[in-house]
Design a protein around this ligand. Sequence first.
Ligand code: PLP
Length: 391
Amino acid sequence: MTRRVYLDWNATAPLRPEAAAALAAVSALPGNPSSVHQEGRAARNAVETAREEVAALVGARSGEVTFTGSGTEANVLALTPAIETSGEKRPRDRLFISAVEHSSVRAGGRFPRAATSDLAVDAEGRVDLAALAQALAKTERPLVSIMLANNETGVLQPVAEAAALVHAAGGLLHVDAVQAAGRVPIDISALGADLLTLSAHKIGGAKGVGALIRAREDIHFADPLIRGGGQERGLRAGTENVAGIAAFGAAAAAARRQLAAEGAHMLALRQELEAGLLAVAADTVVFGAGAERLPNTALFGRPGMKAETAIIAFDLEGVALSSGAACSSGKVQPSHVLAAMGVDAGLARGALRASLGWNSQQADIAAFLGAWRKVATALSKGSKQRSGMAA
Ligand code: PLP
């Protein structure tokens, strides 16, 4: 059987061993964290330990972490007009989102479509700060949502600079840090984020758990996401996913401990991968290569390449890749990220994403490059035949 090479960590990361151990151990606890007896207290303890571990990953206080059912859900919780602060009780009047956000932010959360505006990005996919300043001048109580790292290109956004502009305009900043977590250091205060989203399964926790983290306790949601039993400070009712949350905490602790070493490891492999791409086919384009990027992500394309056929060819060679956004894999659609960056539609249609993780191996890169040689050769032969037919 062909050895499988998993290079789709931005879609989801395999469970870290620490998270798998926590998942198994905490699944065996019988109690409900809302119960006062000993079994309930043990379950509560697992949730609160995880809250501390998740908070520590981003330099926040544990009391500011709200667990949700996914990163998507945390984004929807965050994006509401009904955010109050001690200085401002009136609803937020407008939501600004960058043109390259994940679909869960692009959907605008609980803002009416008419109160949502796009922020343009430059050719590398970074938010245009001058356009942001101009947009902010026209509103009174804006909420702005800018991701820390893009899921398709890995490009890092100038979040701290954007935060200074947003705060000067009386606004609040939400940062989707789902892809950045565990790959680059995050400090919620240094970023200037008021709200920050994480997702467990991107850092080696289980699927189906997320978190929204406040920078300060005076940020208050006047409209809870799910009303009911009052869990998660009344913001998200429903008995907590205790084992999933415990695994999230264990993954966050491991990611934090190993951040520097894992980051350097992924970067070295990614550099080898990108050098190999170009050595095989010099007309390969790595999107966002001129910007600061996550150490683990390479989105690349070649004129004439079709993502859907290339993904299948890689898969048959044992290599799991993605075309741009994972959520649209399977039904390959043109990437809104590359469109916003002004990439030619034909080139964008062929974009493939290789994303690495902490246990990616040098042998994975060698296998990937072996497959790339075959895919690129087939593509060149195909285009020669086509041009021969045309002549
Ligand atoms: N935000 C970004 C940047 C993502 O890449 C994703 C998932 O791909 C999400 C949010 C959604 O996270 P979840 O899968 O936990 O809903």
